[in-house]
Design a protein around this ligand. Structure first.
Ligand code: GUN
Length: 315
């Protein structure tokens, strides 16, 4: 190479490296804000926000999440009520537990860990939770309120994604947002939230034709399909913001026999060279989900008691 011509960097052809959105640090700030408000509720109103988590069965991933939720709930000064039920629990017994939690004034938030065993009707179970205590935002009343732009409980993962997007961009108005995935937990509520921010929203999914073309139009890509590294960097518009909701465990023979690693729904190594900003996996959206659950519990406690809600913890 003729050095007198300069280096590729000087030609301006150096590949761009995205800003990494640090969800772990962001979530720690949200939890700090929650802890501050919990302390205020205790000292000024004599109230301790309480979160009840119900786990049915022994799904190993669910057990890990429930343990983490319990610990972080206590860390921010809230009361944690854990109900671990046998996998064979009847629907009547589960509904009766939910009704007693609905009536318990110490409980401001109720979360029933999903998925439930097959013999239980998840829709019926979720819709039995008092909508005011539905800190997951899954009750049909909250879904309807969110869809019509009214005050609701907002599902935690999309809320965390929106907080990071607002923090990075300020206004999202007029941006093209493509959500890959149409779940009730992430894809659909994310679409509602981004519509609320005046984005032009597309929900793509496994049957979408020309998915690559659709994704390439996006200023904001939210990947929430649960397929490891399904979105390669080559699909991303240069400078776009990529929010990777996927948490997939895949074999990692390079780390040793039987070892695994976590990857997102986006191929990080190639996407980081093209995107303007990107959330890593792990350390991106994941920590924000529990932080937003705690935020929703404080919000629910304030609303239940006619107290002002903390700034910046909901939309
Ligand atoms: N299982 C996986 N994600 C979630 C969630 O956000 N809420 C509940 N309740 N269960 C889940």
């Amino acid at each position: 190479m003729d050095e007198s011509l300069g280096t590729p960097d000087q030609w301006g052809t150096k590949t761009m490296t995205a800003h990494i959105i640090d969800g772990k640090a962001f979530a720690a700030r949200v939890r700090e804000k929650v802890a501050g408000h919990v302390a205020l509720l205790k000292s000024e109103a004599g109230l301790t926000p309480g979160l009840a988590v119900v786990l049915v069965g022994e799904d190993p991933a669910s057990q890990v999440y429930v343990r983490a939720k319990g610990k972080l709930t206590v860390d921010v000064g809230m009361a944690s009520f854990e109900h671990r039920l046998d996998a064979a629990t009847s629907e009547a017994d589960l509904l009766s537990l939910i009704q007693s939690l609905n009536a318990d004034p110490k409980v401001h938030g109720i979360l029933v860990q999903l998925p439930l065993p097959d013999h239980l009707n998840s829709d019926l179970v979720i819709n039995t939770i008092d909508p005011a205590k539905d800190v997951d935002g899954f009750h049909i009343s909250n879904v309807g309120l969110l869809g019509t732009g009214q005050k609701s409980m907002v599902p935690c993962t999309p809320l965390g994604c929106l907080m990071m997007l607002r923090d990075h961009h300020g206004s999202l108005s007029g941006m093209d947002a493509v959500i890959v995935g149409r779940s009730n937990i992430v894809g659909k509520p994310m679409a509602q939230l981004l519509l609320g921010e005046s984005c032009t929203v597309t929900i793509a999914h496994s049957r979408t034709r020309n998915l690559e073309e659709v994704v390439r139009r996006a200023d904001i890509v939210v990947a929430a399909v649960g397929r490891p590294e399904m979105v390669p960097g080559g699909w991303i518009k240069p400078g776009a913001t990529v929010i990777d909701v996927g948490i997939n465990r895949i074999p990692a023979p390079e780390k040793g026999e039987g070892k695994t690693r976590l990857v997102g729904d986006v191929e990080f190594a190639s996407a980081v060279e093209v995107a303007g900003a990107i959330t890593p996996v792990p350390g991106g959206v994941g920590p924000m989900t529990i932080a937003c659950l705690l935020a929703n519990t404080v919000t629910a406690c304030c609303r239940a008691n006619g107290l002002p809600e903390p700034d910046g913890l909901t939309v």
